[in-house]
Design a protein around this ligand. Structure first.
Ligand code: FIX
Ligand code: ZN
Length: 429
């Protein structure tokens, strides 16, 4: 049915406008594991890293009889060769992660049916990192990527301490997993750097953690602080994590006027033998999010939940709390079927007051396929929202569609983290 008014678009025009604006809007990728060139040694890129992505390693162990212990003794190249043969030649690469590699190879004109990886290796060997990053961002349709920066990573911290130069295409994030989830193993790392902290958080510990966070905010200029959390996360509670959150992290976020991103619902290492591929998911009790939002109205929260079962209640909480911004379809949810369900639900409950997706790319070129997939999945979802609106008597214009897509994939984030400075109050309105 074609409904239209003089100002509004027809169904076909809506689809064309949505697809056109999705294509031409450069997105901000608000959570990745990529690194700016001055931290380049940490960054993963190229065919061997793409093929040995932990999503693909998990799939290898389904199709191959190789034992994890054996796999880990192989060189990176041998691992990639095994995964290529197993998942791409002996089987059809229809899973999301395998299809993603095909899309990346195709975007560089590489043979997706090659019998081995030699052509691809030669291609990536010829690339110079900085120009390659620019080309990849262009192919992915992103203007900026937000990093994950761990101040207690022995490989990363010295680079920042040595004054790593910033890059307009990358933003830093102060990642707190080691502090909030593994205090027992990491407090001595802080102590060794001169912060007067104790294992039981006694004495000046909490003030000293704040001093540590302040020093790293100065060094990194993070756009937010972040932590991934298990399905058992609770707040408030009598635990090291909850005390650190309440008395160090959240006050520091207020002091530096940045949000805290919580990614809730990961069950780390349910199968330690397969390492990074061995994490799973669990349904969390989102009353913890409710209490954070209600007790700390001066803090802003970016929240992503890993369990499908938690998605609806996250939307309900977003309707209650203006200091909560839901984001992304994280990890096991970043599949078209899940993204579609979750995004429709969010639009129906929140309008466009959320951030639909982040890539979570660990390997540079993954942004190409992840954002291609997001655009492809989003197009019919957004079109449908406008078609329904038009059917109900409210026409939409191309200018509105442009504004909305810019809001979803750029300005909701920019405003929440106050990215362009200025005096604008955060919030997304
Ligand atoms: O904690 C995180 O930021 C997760 O995204 C990662 O730990 C995870 O391994 C991943 O790569 C998911 O996409
Ligand atoms: Zn991540």
């Amino acid at each position: 049915m074609h409904s239209t008014t003089s100002a509004g678009l027809t169904t076909d025009q809506i689809r064309a406008a949505v697809e056109g604006e999705l294509e031409s809007t450069p997105f901000i990728d608000m959570h990745t594991h990529l690194f700016m060139p001055s931290l380049g040694k940490l960054g993963l890129w190229g065919i061997d890293e793409l093929i040995t992505y932990h999503y693909l390693e998990a799939e290898l162990f389904r199709f191959s009889s190789i034992k994890p212990e054996q796999y880990w003794t192989l060189s990176k190249r041998q691992q990639a060769d095994l995964i290529w043969t197993t998942l791409f030649l002996e089987n059809t690469p229809v899973s999301e992660a395998t299809r993603g590699v095909m899309a990346v190879m195709n975007s560089f004109g590489l043979d997706t049916q090659a019998k081995d990886l030699s052509e691809a290796r030669e291609f990536f060997n010829r690339q110079k990192l900085e120009t390659h990053i620019r080309r990849v961002f262009e192919l992915a349709g992103i203007s900026e990527a937000v990093m994950t920066n761990d101040p207690l990573d022995p490989a990363e911290a010295p680079l920042w301490e040595g004054g790593a130069s910033s890059d307009t295409h990358f933003h830093a994030v102060l990642r707190l997993d080691r502090i909030l989830n593994e205090w027992e193993q990491n407090w001595q790392g802080l102590a060794a750097k001169g912060y007067r902290v104790q294992q039981d958080l006694g004495g000046e510990s909490l003030m000293e953690v704040r001093r540590f966070l302040a020093d790293w905010c100065g060094r990194m200029r993070p756009v937010y602080m972040a932590c991934s959390l298990p399905d058992t996360f609770e707040y408030p509670e009598d635990s090291i994590r909850a005390r650190l959150l309440r008395d160090a992290v959240l006050p520091a976020c207020r002091e530096f006027d940045i949000p805290l991103s919580l990614m809730i619902g990961v069950r780390r290492s349910v199968n330690p033998a397969i390492r990074l591929a061995g994490d799973a998911v669990g349904k969390a009790d989102l009353r913890a999010v409710e209490r954070l939002c209600v007790q700390l109205p001066e803090n802003r929260f970016l929240i992503s939940v890993l369990s499908r079962e938690n998605q609806h209640e996250l939307c309900v909480y977003a309707r209650k709390f203006g200091n909560l911004l839901p984001f992304g379809c994280w990890w096991f949810l970043n599949n078209p079927s899940m993204v579609e369900e979750i995004t429709r639900e969010r639009i129906e409950m929140l309008g466009y007051s959320f951030i639909p997706q982040h890539s979570d790319a660990r390997v540079l070129e993954q942004v190409i396929y992840k954002w291609k997939n997001t655009r492809r999945t989003m197009a019919p979802i957004l079109s449908r929202a406008y078609e329904l609106l038009t059917e109900d008597g409210r026409p939409v214009t191309r200018a509105e569609i442009k504004r909305d897509i810019n809001q979803l994939f750029r300005t909701n984030f920019e405003r929440w983290v106050n990215l362009r400075g200025g005096h604008e109050r955060h919030g997304i309105a």
